[in-house]
Design a binder for this molecule. Sequence first.
Ligand code: BG6
Length: 488
Amino acid sequence: MHTIVIFGASGDLTGRKLIPALYNLFLKKRLPLPLNIVGFARTAMESGAWRDKLRESAGKFASGVFTEENWKAFAPMIHYHSGDINDAGSFKALGQNLDRLEAAGSEGKSAGESHRLYYLATAPEFYAKAAAQLGAAGLAEEQADRTRRIVIEKPFGRDSDSAAALNDAIHSVFNESQMYRIDHYLGKETVNNILVLRFANAIFEPVWNRNYIDGIQITANEDILVGRRAPYYENAGVLRDMFQNHLLQILTFVAMEPPARFRAKEIRDEKVKILQSIRAMPSEEAAVNSVRGQYRSYRDEEGAAKDSQTATYGAVRLFIDNWRWKDVPVYLRSGKGMSCRTTQIVINFRQPPHSMFGGSAGGAVNRLLLQLQPAEGIQLHFMTKIPDSDMMLRMSELNFNFKNSFRGEMPDSYERLLLDALNGDASLFARNDEVEAAWRIIDPIQKAWDSGNVQPVEFYETGSTGPAQAARWIESFGQSWFDLCPSV
Ligand code: BG6
């Protein structure tokens, strides 16, 4: 018998992501059955009322076909338990409820087996408390046929010290092997495909290094604004919201050495090595190696301070000090209120050592473009002779597009991650040392931005490509942004 307990059951994430993902997995017949989904939140409510609420959100957000018949088959798995994270009694009652549900659901099948996944979808200030209460109520102990895993949403801490303290607090109840720190970018198919592109093909790896690559750009731009998330965002800003987790995770996939096996330990060992190889940046250098901005109407968002210095745009220049990447600049950038939504990786190759074609070939570089979303695909840019011309050259592209090559929708990343956590595969979850190493990269930059010794945030118009200084900044290093709004 499997059980998922969702703490923060009345939150946005549960209705928009978790339940639709579980519903889709149910339709695809991938869920381990029998399964109970138990929501835990403070509001007093019957299971039936919660199911009705979720029915609405599943109808709206699930990509799989939503029919009354499918929902009726899925909904009986859903239960609600009202309780308070600060109240030990609530956890005792939860334990009894889970025992009862397991006994009722097993009916002789796989008797005695009990696999529980506790999903912390609450506000982050409750993570440590929820873990402590689970421990105190005896709900965290594992035995051979009783697994107890805990999934923790981002943000995991707000700097390296608080992340380490949170790790310590949760480790006093759960072992590292029981912990699944989610970064939903790692559940994206196109992010996983980075490893396939690199390590299931022989032609890319020989040039995937400082001898052939001149620079790497990883962009995660969004056209949406901060909106009603401003109270959270004011305390986070773009570095904590997008860089510490998503952008650095993508970078580890782009830059890591091939793991010996496709297994959690080996993959995560290689990722940590990359994070630890990133050149330490003292706060004084952080100002030179980064740019920040704020979309002009941000201060009007409800919950944003009228003189807020919170960055909604950031760009950072990093170096990975190892044999493969020494002195190859890596540019990470992300912004809200941009001209379009695009998450992409650009690998810029070096210029040919000598050009015999003169003017029209000048300055052109081969480029590999990995579009992670929304126009999922890969393009290789290369020079071609313009037919019927006198040796005039132009950049052309080879284009691969997931939509044209494969049928079906891209699954939501939560489907993959929930299934992996249920099956005990931690490959796509961040380990404690990984999270702390990522914070150590972000901390000095954040500190420099918070210090007041830097220029105030530069405003940019919504629907633009970010603050004007971002273009000048990258040009000062002899490079330029590759800006592309994908056609979906
Ligand atoms: C979240 C951030 O982690 O990722 C949001 O908190 C951001 O600010 C979101 O909008 C982007 O996710 P996706 O999957 O839409 O690219």
